[in-house]
Design a protein around this ligand. Structure first.
Ligand code: ATP
Ligand code: MG
Length: 420
């Protein structure tokens, strides 16, 4: 029986991997310029980390986690996001004792049990950054700028940066009471999830995607209009920071990130080019998270950016990615002796960093030439009895059709002629 990959997973095939390499190299370059250093955390963690760090009331923890018992009877979860593991590593390795801020990034697979569709997979990949150890709103602006810079260097257009403030535990408490007073008469008209959220996390009701809930919430009070002085000042600071570095934004009081630990800044970067899963990057500030995960009280801010969605946007905007480099030379051979010579020559060329190939399927000369064409070899050498006897080979440039003779044993000369 043919075995298929699990639902919601996607192979990156050898012919396509260059796209990922390209994006990853741009990410690494950008992070280096901005002073973010890579953290690599395990693919699995103790389930409790996400229950605490993502939050019991979130969709991720309630519905989407890949959780199982390992053979030692521990509850293990495949990471659904990158922030909680980065926070765990920050605490466990006492990085909080080092001079702050701590700035890290990751490129990681994430696992969520969701209904697969365009831009929504069960295994997907995130690029994320985190800045720990400062409440300065200018670092929120910096974090946002790194996400925006990635889109810019990749040539992606038509993105909207939407920002909001979701307050802090102090002002949210008062606001929640206001919101609940507004919601109470509507409760029976809301979906089942929202009815549950009413008690656990009413703010999340504003984020519901159900049409009937959206209608009922049109006149709900916004957190943004109910911030305490501290949160208000912080939000003004964020806007000023974005203005200074020249990033356009839209203040959108409806943005409520899905994770429980967000405080103050919440933002999304949205594309209108890839349908309903248009949010390609989401993030914000989470000043309570490190403490919730057992560390010393430390503020933090970061984002997660979906790489599959990023690729979808690039595709829809017709942005081409430089293809991987082609074979520079194919060595065709006729007969056993010539085959041995081709083997030797190929390895000598590879030692000199030339991408060389030969035939491994005992093809006829004609078939070897056809194959060389197929793999788009830039040059071809043919070795037969005559070439071995005269110790002279002929290099054919497949792009312009030119041919030159070169001494068989002179690698430098061969390379020089190939590169003409
Ligand atoms: P959504 O509202 O689309 O479910 P989310 O709020 O769950 O997104 P985050 O947890 O903020 O998403 O993750 C950050 C980014 O990761 C998203 O903006 C998106 O680009 C990407 N992402 C999230 N879930 C998936 C998924 N199942 N498949 C592919 N990409 C995803
Ligand atoms: Mg989601």
């Amino acid at each position: 029986m043919k075995i298929q990959g699990p639902k919601g997973t996607k192979d990156v095939l050898p012919s396509q991997a260059y796209k990922w390499h390209y994006i990853e190299s741009k990410i690494r370059e950008l992070c280096s310029i901005n002073g973010y250093y890579e953290v690599r955390t395990p693919v699995f963690e103790h389930t409790e980390l996400f229950e605490r760090g993502v939050g019991e009331t979130t969709d991720i923890v309630q519905k989407e986690m890949y959780t199982f018992m390992d053979k030692g009877g521990r509850s293990i979860t495949l990471k659904p996001e990158g922030t909680a593991p980065a926070v765990r590593a920050f605490i466990e390795n006492n990085i909080f004792n080092e001079p702050q801020p701590t700035k890290m990034y990751y490129i990681t697979p994430c696992y969520r049990y969701e209904r697969p569709q365009a831009g929504r997979l069960r295994e997907f990949h995130q690029f994320g950054i985190e800045a720990f150890g400062t409440q300065d709103p200018y670092i929120d602006a910096e974090v946002i700028s790194v996400g925006m810079a990635l889109f810019k260097t990749l040539g992606i257009r038509n993105l909207e940066l939407r920002i909001n403030s979701v307050g802090c535990p102090k002002c949210r408490k008062e606001y929640n009471a206001k919101l609940k007073a507004f919601l109470h008469p509507e409760l029976l008209h809301l979906c089942k999830f929202c009815q549950d959220r009413f008690n656990t996390n009413p703010l999340r009701i504003l984020d519901c995607k159900e049409e009937k809930c959206k209608e009922r919430l049109a006149n709900a009070p916004y957190m943004l209009d109910n911030l305490c002085d501290d949160c208000k000042t912080h939000f003004e600071g964020l806007k000023k920071g974005l203005d200074i570095i020249g990033l356009d934004y839209i203040v959108d009081p409806k943005i409520v990130r899905g994770l429980d630990y967000y405080t103050k800044t919440a933002f999304e970067i949205v594309s209108n080019d890839i349908g309903s899963q248009g949010t390609v990057c989401g993030g914000g500030r989470y000043d309570g998270l490190i403490e919730v995960c057992g560390g010393p009280s430390t503020p933090g801010v970061g984002f997660g950016l979906g790489l599959e969605r990023l690729l979808l946007i690039m595709e829809s905007q017709g942005i081409s990615i430089p293809e991987q480099e082609k074979i520079q030379i194919f060595i065709a051979a006729m007969g056993e002796k010539a085959n041995d010579m081709a083997m030797k020559l190929m390895f000598m060329l590879r030692e000199a960093s030339i991408r060389a190939e030969k035939d491994y399927l005992s093809r006829s000369l004609k078939a070897q030439m056809k194959y060389a064409n197929k793999i788009k070899a830039k040059n071809v050498i043919v070795i037969g009895d005559e070439e071995i006897q005269k110790e002279i080979i002929r290099i054919k440039n497949m792009e312009n059709g030119q041919e030159v003779n070169v001494p068989l044993n002179n690698i430098d000369e061969i390379i020089k002629e190939m590169e003409r």
